[in-house]
Design a protein around this ligand. Sequence first.
Ligand code: BES
Ligand code: MN
Ligand code: ZN
Length: 488
Amino acid sequence: MEFTASSANLLKIKADCLIVLADAQINGVLASDDTELHGDLKALAKASNFDGKTGSAKTLHTPTLPFSQVILIGITGATSRQKQIKVIADAASKAIASGAKKVLWVAARAADDGHWQAAIVARNVLHASYKYTKNDKVVASRLKTLIYWTGSRAEQQLASTGLDFGAAVGNGMNCARELGNLPANFCTPSYLADRASDMARDNASLDCQILDNADMHKLAMGSLLSVTAGTVEPAKFIIMNYRGGAKSEAPTVLIGKAVTFDSGGISLKPGGGMDEMKFDMCGGASVFGVMQALCASGLAINVIGLVPAVENMPSGTATRPGDVVTSMSGQTIEVLNTDAEGRLILCDAITYSERFKPRAVIDIATLTGACVMALGKQASGLLANDDDLADELLASGTRSGDRAWQLPLWEEYDAQLKSNFADMANIGGREAGTITAACFLARYAKKLPWAHIDIAGTAWLSGAQKGATGRPVPLLMDYLQQRANPST
Ligand code: BES
Ligand code: MN
Ligand code: ZN
C-alpha cells in the first residue's frame, strides 16, 4: 500500500472515496483552506443529520462531488489521544470496508502534532487491511493508495514523514500478527529462525545469527534447555542485529519470549482454550515486527533482538516438577511448575544480553495469566529496575495508544521465590503472580537497566475476534523513535 501526503486542490485529486474527520460544521483542516468543497460538505452534513460527535459516521453518495463515496467521521469529544486513536481506527476500518482502491483522507486539524496524527492513520489503515494469509473466506483489502490531505505545505512535510513511520509500524504489527496466528505445527522454532534469516538477507542493515541446542549447551543455558527437554522440535536462539546508529553507540536489546506452543509440560494445562497457547510466542513475534519496522523506517539507532524459541511439551524426557537446573548465570532454580517456563527461557536470554553492553534491555512476554486478571486486554504490565526507563516506556504507551501500566517490583515480593533446594523457585505462590514472575527475572538483570512488559492480556484477542493484535510493536517503536530522534 502506498501513502502520500498532499496539500493540492482537493477537487483536483482523483479518488473513489473521500474521508473527512470533522465536527458537525465540518470545521477541521478544511474550513480555512478549501471553501468550495467545504460548502458542499457542510450542506451534506446538514442534510444527513451528521452531528459530528465521536462514534458518528455517515456514508454518502452524491453526484455533485467527484468521489463515488464520501464518509464523514465525527471528532467532537475526541479530547484525549486515546479517543483520537479510536476515531482514526474506526475511520480506517470504514476506509477498507468501502472497497475503494484510492482513498483521499482529510485529517482532523492537527492542533499540535501533525506527524503523530499521520502516523496513527497509516498504522491503523494497514492494521485494518490485515488478513490472515491462510484464510480464504475473508476478502482481501482492495485499497492501493491513500492520499493524506493537509491544509498547508508545511503540514504536508510533517505528515509525509509521519506516514512513513506509521506505515513501518503498521506493517511491523501485521508481521507480528501473522507469526502469532500461524498454528504451532507451522510456526516452530525452526520456522521462526528461517524467517529471521530471510529478513536479514533482504535488509542490508540487519544481521542474524541462529544458535541451536548444541550452541546453547556450550553457553550453559541450562534453564532454557530444561524447557525444551520434552519436545522433538529443536530449540533456536535467534539473534537479530539492526545497525541504524553509530558504531560506538550502545544498543538497546529487546528480548521476546517465543514458546511456539505452551502445553504446560508435565504440569499440563487444562484442555479448555489450550489452542490459544500457540500465541505464547507473541513476545518473540513483536521483536520480529519491530525489527522489520526498523528496517523499513531506517531509524538511527542500534537494536539487538533476541528471541529464545522453544516448544513446551510433556514426555518421558521432559523436565519434572522438583528438578533443579542451573542457569547460564550460575544461579540454580528449582522447577516447581513446568508451566512457569517463560521466565526459564528469558533468564538465560537476559544473561546472554550482557555481552552487548546494552543501554537498556526490555523483555516482552506472554508471561502470566495473573496479568490478564489484573489488567485485562487494555494495558500491558510493566515492571522495571530503572525508573527513567519505566517512565519512557509508559509515555510511549500513552502516545501510541498501546498502553502499559506499571506494577511494583519490591523486594518483599521477591521473598516469595524462596526454595529449600536451590537459589530460587520458579514460582512464587498464588499471590501477585505477575510481580513474582518479574522478581524472578530481576534476579538476572541486576547489572542492567531493564524493563519487562507482560503482554499476556494484550497480545491476542479471544472469542469471535480471536487473533494476534501486534501489540506492543507501536509502544516499542515509539520508544525507539524517541530515542533515535527526540524532537519528533
Ligand atoms: N504462557 C503462560 C501465561 C499465560 C496464560 C498467558 C494464559 C496468557 C493466558 C505462562 O507460561 C504460564 O503458564 N504461566 C503460569 C504461571 C504459573 C504456573 C505460576 C500462569 O500464569 O498460570
Ligand atoms: Mn506456561
Ligand atoms: Zn507460557
